[in-house]
Design a binder for this molecule. Structure first.
Ligand code: ZN
Length: 243
């Protein structure tokens, strides 16, 4: 089975469309695994929810998905994120609210646990260091855990109660074996590792190869939509910087 692993779409339809187009170009996938934050920040929350729903997919809830439906207090957000969240909430119809309400906080897919933040705190914790990753290995039973939330591609390998970071190069496959891993495929709609192109991964359960991809998209089109919508200017400019 081939799975696309996507995280942090963040209502960026241009980035999401570019990723899905590339996935189709590579022969398509059997399932799409979404690691949450479908909405928030970007100008197209409803089209992104509707596009994801056309695919055979499973998605967990991210902090922005929860906040947009009033299930997470905006005090957890910085002022720009909170402003974008209020903008998003005003655009969701009943059907979209119901879809976001029904997203689970965790999902099991065979050897993988899917969460947005971390196994310890699926909504809010950022797995952004070997220390945080090491502590989290005790909180899931499967071989591998997929996380989003940081918008930075990363892989952490469990080693004798400790943990080390594993380099991932776009396009180069990583064979998953006996070592337990926490893997982040990076962000689709608002990458933060200095590379503004959309980030995602493909996993093939037959070959057991996990491969990261980066895809350029029409950043200016997204920025124009955000400015026209009255979303905070800084949220538009950061897309070009990949920060
Ligand atoms: Zn996010």
């Amino acid at each position: 089975m081939r799975c696309a692993i996507i995280a942090d779409i963040h209502a960026n339809l241009e980035a999401f469309t570019a990723v899905l187009g590339e996935i189709e170009h590579q022969g398509g996938v059997d399932e799409v695994w979404s690691l949450g934050d479908i909405v928030g920040y970007g100008p197209d929350p409803v089209p992104c929810i509707e596009l994801l729903r056309r695919y055979n997919h499973v998605s967990v809830a991210g902090n922005h998905d929860r906040a947009a439906i009033g299930k997470l207090e905006l005090s957890f957000f910085n002022p720009l994120a909170a402003e974008a969240c209020r903008w998003t909430a005003a655009r969701l119809g009943k059907e979209h609210v119901r879809y976001l309400e029904n997203l689970p906080l965790t999902a099991d897919r065979g050897d993988f646990l899917l969460v947005h933040g971390s196994p310890t705190d699926p909504v809010l914790e950022y797995v952004m260091s070997t220390g945080i990753a090491a502590r989290n290995f005790a909180f899931f039973g499967s071989a591998y855990c997929l996380v989003g939330h940081t918008h930075v591609p990363a892989a952490f390998k469990e080693e004798d109660g400790s943990c080390r970071s594993v380099a991932m190069t776009p396009g180069i496959g990583m064979m998953l074996g006996a070592d337990r891993l926490i893997i982040n495929p990076g962000g689709v709609g608002q990458p933060r590792d200095g590379d503004p192109s959309a980030s995602y991964a493909i996993y093939d359960s037959r070959s057991r190869i996990f491969r990261l991809f980066r895809i350029p998209y029409d950043i200016e089109a997204t920025q124009q939509k955000m400015l026209r919508a009255g979303l905070p200017v800084q949220l538009a400019t950061r897309l070009a910087a990949g920060r």
